[in-house]
Design a protein around this ligand. Structure first.
Ligand SMILES: Cc1cc2nc3c(=O)[nH]c(=O)nc-3n(C[C@H](O)[C@H](O)[C@H](O)COP(=O)(O)OP(=O)(O)OC[C@H]3O[C@@H](n4cnc5c(N)ncnc54)[C@H](O)[C@@H]3O)c2cc1C
Length: 388
């Protein structure tokens, strides 16, 4: 029986384990933490967005570099992900903006069912096994001391470099660099930005700002974001975060469905003796969070057409990105040039890298988990085809 070692028990590693064990490999999953899939479980806290129910070509175009992920997500597409979840008896539904979630919303029922399947397929799990070196074999620090494993196939699935407390600390980059493997420096993707708010904003912390258009650099996104104590975060901000990382100015259109002329005309109908905040609320139905943002970023507010233009394009001054450890995902990682099309290291036959540790990025919306699952499966299938 051929042996396979999977290092890392996130969605990418577990999918590699599922595929190889189904093909008859004797599979061991080694995980540094005391339990599996901690980031996956965290992802489920606010609703596990497994994939996006959109046209495949649109789905493929969301990745950067799109060309790398195109064939891989075609092999394990949004439809396949939904079917796979259903196969684990997890019903899914498509929510707003085509995002697909398990009905349970959380990740734990799915992970439990998945681990049950892996167990039934004979997958061995070694927790508290931390991969620390790559010499003649794969060297681990374990509670029983140092262990070296020399499998026929090894799939590295160690995740990116954010939320280190959940396991993915990016420390693996040094092990790979020592092997002369090209690793692109990490940077946060899908990250929030810092805003040093005035005390007036405190009562809006946690407020969602919905139905807006955000613009930064060449990026435009219609959606929503959240005002937090630390700054701005949420899907809309993450969608333009690539430009924010380059410190590009950020603007928000608070009323994308109205022209400035219509805003101006409606405001003009309001008696000027009322406070400006009241007029904004009555004439435009702007909610308190949007009015607070206007006042925070553009006080003293102008009147007339100048005000209408500001509502259409309010500059939101920020003080740089939030720390990388808070990012939903990270860009950078194992360079595409280091790998074959099958995700095997060109200079290390039988050793693969999958998931977020690869140098690709995508917005939130289900792209991340779908691609992690797809790369795990893709590499495992390559190993099966090679018949190592
Ligand atoms: C708060 C939050 C919410 C998210 N929500 C979503 C969402 O709804 N939808 C979505 O698509 N994506 C979401 N993501 C992103 C998604 O969770 C990740 O992209 C995905 O988990 C990456 O999968 P992976 O298997 O590549 O790595 P990971 O899930 O990070 O797993 C890597 C594993 O490797 C282990 N490991 C690391 N180093 C070692 C070592 N040296 N030795 C042994 N083991 C090691 C880690 O402990 C970890 O268990 C979210 C992320 C966060 C932080």
């Amino acid at each position: 029986m051929k042996t396979a070692l999977i290092i890392g028990s996130g969605p990418a590693g577990l999918m590699a384990a599922e595929t190889l064990s189904a093909a008859g490999f004797s599979v061991t999953v080694a995980e540094a933490k005391p339990s599996v899939g901690r980031k996956f479980l965290m992802a489920g806290k606010s609703g596990l967005n497994l994939t996006k129910d959109e046209d495949l070509s649109k789905f493929q175009a969301a990745f950067d570099p799109a060309s790398w992920m195109t064939p891989i997500v075609a092999e394990f597409s949004p439809t396949d992900v939904a079917d796979w979840a259903k196969g684990l008896r997890q019903e899914v539904f498509t929510g707003s903006s085509l995002r697909v979630f398990p009905k349970a919303m959380k990740a734990s029922p799915l992970l439990r069912a998945w681990m049950g399947r892996l167990n039934a397929q004979g997958v061995q799990l070694q927790t508290r096994w931390r991969w620390v070196d790559w010499k003649d074999g794969f060297v681990f620090d374990t509670p029983e001391g140092s262990q070296t494993n020399s499998p026929d196939v090894c799939i590295l699935a160690l995740g990116g470099a954010s939320w280190a407390r959940l396991g993915s600390d990016g420390a693996w980059a040094e092990i790979l660099k020592a092997k002369n493997i090209e690793v692109t420096p990490f940077k946060p993707a899908n990250m929030g930005v810092i805003v040093n708010w005035s005390p007036h904003m405190e009562r809006h912390f946690g407020a969602p700002v919905k139905g807006v258009v955000l613009k930064s650099g060449k990026l435009t996104h219609k959606g929503e974001f959240v005002i937090s104590a630390r700054g701005l975060e949420g899907g809309g901000i993450y969608a333009v975060s690539k430009a924010l990382w380059d410190n590009q100015p950020l603007t928000v259109d608070l009323m994308p469905d109205w022209e400035a002329t219509k805003i101006f005309a409606r405001m003009k109908q309001q008696p000027v003796k009322q406070s400006l905040a009241n007029r904004l609320r009555k004439a435009l139905r702007l909610d308190p969070a949007k009015i607070a943002l206007l006042q925070e970023f553009a006080r003293p507010l102008p009147e007339g057409m100048e005000l209408a233009k500001l509502i259409k394009s309010l500059p939101m001054k920020y003080d740089g990105p939030r720390p990388m450890d808070e990012a939903i995902s990270t860009a950078g990682g194992v360079a595409q040039s280091a790998l074959t099309d099958g995700l095997m290291f060109k200079d290390h036959p039988g050793v693969y890298a999958v998931g977020e540790m690869l140098d690709w990025e995508a917005p939130t919306g289900g792209y991340l988990i779908n691609a992690c699952l797809a790369t795990g499966r893709w590499a495992a299938q390559d190993a099966i085809k090679r018949g190592v």
